[in-house]
Design a protein around this ligand. Structure first.
Ligand SMILES: Nc1ncnc2c1ncn2[C@@H]1O[C@H](COP(=O)(O)OP(=O)(O)OP(=O)(O)O)[C@@H](O)[C@H]1O
Ligand SMILES: [Mg+2]
Length: 412
C-alpha cells in the first residue's frame, strides 16, 4: 500500500490505459474514494519507451483523480511488467546460536536467501518469503515447515524466497515518468503479484492457483502453491494481438478491428446461436464490406487459443501444469471477451473462472470493483509486504503449536 497521510494511492501504467485509485482503510477494509482513468502513451508491451509521453498521460489521469475526490496526493504504488524478468526461488540457511529462533535469525536467513548476484543492468524488485523450514536434515533434506519461526527451538532455520529480478531500465523509466509528473514512488510491484491480491483467496493459494492478467500489450501470470508465490511470467501477447489478428484477417485498420472485437467478439464459435452479417470498413476502400460473425469469432478463438498455448507451454516447462487444484483465475480487460473462461477451461481442462473481487478486502464504486480493467490498480492498493512471519507464537498458542505447522509436516 502507498501511504499518503491516511490514505493509499495506486497507479497502474498499462500499455493501453492508465488508472489511479485512492482508498482509505476503514475497520480493516479499503474503501475507494477517488479514481481517474485515461489512455496510456509511450508504453509498448508493458514497458515505458517514452517517459515524456507517459508522464503527460499520467498528468491527465492525476487531474481526473484529483477532481473526483478533491484530494491531492504524492506517493503512489506502481506496477511493473518487464517481459525480460527473471524469477528465482532461493534458500538461505542459518545456524541458531541460542537454540531459540530470534527475529534476527529470521532476518539473517532471509538476507542469505536474498543475496543473489544480479548482472549490473538488473535489480531485485520484489522478494517474498514463502516458507521457513527448521532443522532440515542435511542427508534426507527433511525438516519441519513453519509459518512463524520466531520463538521456536531449533538448530537451523532455512528461509525460502521468491525473488523477482527486472531490468534497471524498466525500473528507471517508471521512476522517471512518475518524477516528471511530480509524484513519488512508494513501491513498485510486479503486475501479476498486484493483480492477484483482490481475486485469490488463501485457500486457492494453498491448493495451487494461477492468476492470469490479460492486458492489451502483455499477459502476466503468477502461480501460487502451498500458500506462497512460486512462479511468474510475462508474455508479449494479449488483447492487442487478438485485434491485430482480426485486422490482418479482414484487411481492416487496428481501430476498426478493435471495434469489431468489442462489439461482436466472442471467444468460442460454438457459443454463437446464429450467423450474422457485420458491416465493416477495409483499409483504403470507401465502400462498406460485410463479414460473417462466424468467421470473425473463428479468428478471435484461434488467437486466444494461441495465447493460452504460450501460457500452457510455460507452465509445463516449470512442471506446474498439473499441480493447480484451484485452477485458473482470469482478469485484465482482455478477459472481458464473452466466454473467455469457458475457452480457457476447454483449453486447460482445469477449473477456470473470471476473477471476482473480495469485497471484504476492498470495496467502492461497483463500476470499478466489477471491472477487470481495474484489476492491477485494485491489487496495488492491497499489496503489502507480508511480515507476519516475524510475529512470535504467543504462549497461549503453544498448545496449538502443531496446528500452526503447515499442512504436511515434512518437506523434501
Ligand atoms: N469486451 C472486451 N472484449 C474483448 N477484449 C476487450 C474487451 N474490453 C477490453 N478488451 C481488451 O482489453 C485490452 C486492455 O486491457 P487492460 O486495460 O487490462 O490492458 P492494460 O493494462 O492497459 O495493458 P497491459 O497490462 O498489457 O500493459 C485491450 O486489448 C482491449 O481490446
Ligand atoms: Mg494491465
Amino acid at each position: 500500500m502507498a501511504a499518503d497521510n491516511n490514505f493509499f494511492v495506486s497507479l497502474d501504467i498499462g500499455s493501453s490505459k492508465i488508472v489511479i485509485l485512492l482508498a482509505e482503510e476503514i475497520e480493516g477494509q479499503l474503501k475507494i474514494f477517488g479514481h481517474g482513468i485515461g489512455p496510456s502513451a509511450g508504453v509498448k508491451k508493458g514497458l515505458i519507451v517514452d517517459s515524456v509521453k507517459t508522464s503527460q498521460a499520467i498528468n491527465v489521469v492525476v487531474e481526473k483523480a484529483y477532481s473526483s475526490c478533491n484530494t491531492k496526493f504524492f506517493n503512489v504504488s506502481v506496477n511493473i511488467s518487464d517481459p525480460h524478468l527473471t524469477i528465482i526461488n532461493r534458500k538461505g540457511q542459518v545456524l541458531i546460536a541460542d537454540s531459540v529462533i530470534t527475529e534476527k535469525d529470521v532476518e539473517l536467513a532471509l538476507k542469505s536467501a536474498k543475496a543473489v548476484a544480479t548482472s549490473t543492468n538488473k535489480q531485485v524488485i520484489n522478494s517474498v518469503p514463502n516458507s521457513f523450514i527448521i532443522d532440515k536434515d542435511p542427508i534426507t533434506h527433511r525438516g519441519v515447515e513453519v509459518d512463524k519461526p520466531v520463538g521456536l527451538e531449533a538448530k537451523t532455520l532455512e528461509a525460502n524466497m521468491h525473488i523477482v529480478i527486472v531490468s534497471n531500465q524498466a525500473v528507471g523509466s517508471i521512476e522517471k515518468s512518475i518524477r516528471k509528473s511530480n509524484l513519488g514512488t512508494s513501491m513498485i510491484v510486479l503486475n501479476s503479484m498486484a493483480s492477484s491480491e483482490p481475486y485469490l483467496s488463501q485457500d486457492e493459494k494453498d491448493n495451487g492457483v494461477c492468476l492470469v492478467d490479460i492486458g492489451s500489450g502483455v499477459t502476466n501470470i503468477s502461480v501460487f502453491t502451498n500458500g506462497g508465490i512460486i512462479h511468474s511470467a510475462i508474455f508479449k501477447s494479449a488483447g492487442d494481438q487478438i485485434t491485430e489478428e482480426i485486422a490482418y484477417a479482414f484487411n481492416t485498420s487496428f481501430n476498426e478491428a478493435e471495434r469489431l472485437k468489442i462489439h461482436y467478439g466472442n471467444a468460442q464459435v460454438k457459443s454463437l446461436r446464429e450467423d450474422q452479417l457485420i458491416e465493416f470498413k477495409q483499409i483504403g476502400k470507401l465502400e462498406d464490406y460485410y463479414l460473417s460473425s462466424y468467421s470473425l469469432v473463428e479468428v478471435i478463438e484461434q488467437a486466444y487459443l494461441e495465447l493460452f498455448s504460450l501460457i500452457k507451454k510455460n507452465l509445463k516447462s516449470k512442471k506446474l501444469d498439473r499441480s493447480l487444484k484451484s485452477g485458473y483465475v482470469l482478469t485484465g480487460a482482455g478477459s472481458k471477451i464473452q466466454g473467455c473462461d469457458e475457452l480457457f477451461l476447454r483449453s486447460f481442462r482445469v477449473r477456470s473462472k473470471l476473477g471476482q473481487v473480495d469485497t471484504g478486502k476492498i470495496d467502492g464504486n461497483e463500476m470499478i470493483i466489477s471491472d477487470s480493467t481495474y484489476a492491477c490498480a485494485l491489487g496495488l492498493l492491497l499489496y503489502e509486504p507480508d511480515e507476519s512471519y516475524l510475529e512470535q507464537l504467543q504462549p497461549d498458542n503453544t498448545v496449538g503449536f502443531m496446528s500452526k505447522i503447515k499442512g504436511s509436516l515434512f518437506k523434501f
